[in-house]
Design a protein around this ligand. Structure first.
Ligand SMILES: [Zn+2]
Ligand SMILES: [Zn+2]
Length: 193
């Protein structure tokens, strides 16, 4: 069997099984483990699979690129207080730096998103974003992405906040409309490097 045929087979196998042992592959193809290592090298380099202890595993496209310490969208480092979590299908979870990025990401993923979680700005407790109230255009600077979207569990709290720091209280859907609308007008995503 040619190396290219083996590589094709390995790719198929790892897609189905998600992880394979080098020894297993060497037995299966009746070649040395050295040969298997050579076969998988280009796949590892192209990021399709990764080496694990004594074997290889499939790099899932969803989690690739998400470093657990940074925003899935703009790669800013995460601040737990502002973080926004997206619970996705197939037990996947993504974390965005703030509601701004979380809402944009939700818009991108659509139906893949099962639930969205963020922290109430006052109490720092986890709340469901879709039922939360958000303050936009406030004068306070959270130091994350613009336009800012600040989550509150209770609408009264959001309204109280607006009295002190100005801004507008919006629902999740309204916030999504505003964020995506404003992002469309200005060039690029988050304004930070
Ligand atoms: Zn972000
Ligand atoms: Zn952000």
């Amino acid at each position: 069997m040619l190396a290219s045929e083996r590589q094709k087979k390995i790719k198929e196998l790892v897609t189905i099984r998600h992880s394979l042992k080098i020894s297993e592959l060497s037995e299966m193809f009746q070649v040395s483990e050295m040969t298997i290592h050579r076969d998988i090298k280009p796949m590892v380099e192209s990021g399709i699979i990764e080496k694990s202890f004594g074997g290889i595993s499939l790099v899932s496209r969803e989690t690739k690129g998400q470093n657990s310490n940074e925003c899935v969208l703009c790669h800013r480092s995460l601040n737990q207080r502002l973080a926004f979590r997206l619970i996705l299908t197939e037990n996947r979870v993504e974390t965005a730096c703030c509601s701004h990025c979380g809402i944009l990401r939700h818009q991108m993923l659509g139906d893949e998103v099962l639930e969205t979680l963020c922290s109430d700005f006052f109490t720092d407790t986890t709340i469901s974003a879709t039922t939360a109230s958000f303050v936009m255009d406030a004068t306070i600077d959270l130091g994350c992405c613009q336009p800012q979207v600040i989550p509150f569990k209770h609408r009264e709290h959001a309204e109280g906040f607006v009295k002190g720091f100005s801004g507008t209280v919006v629902s999740y859907t309204e916030a999504m409309g505003k964020v995506t609308g404003q992002m469309g007008k200005s060039k690029g995503c988050c304004h930070h490097g």
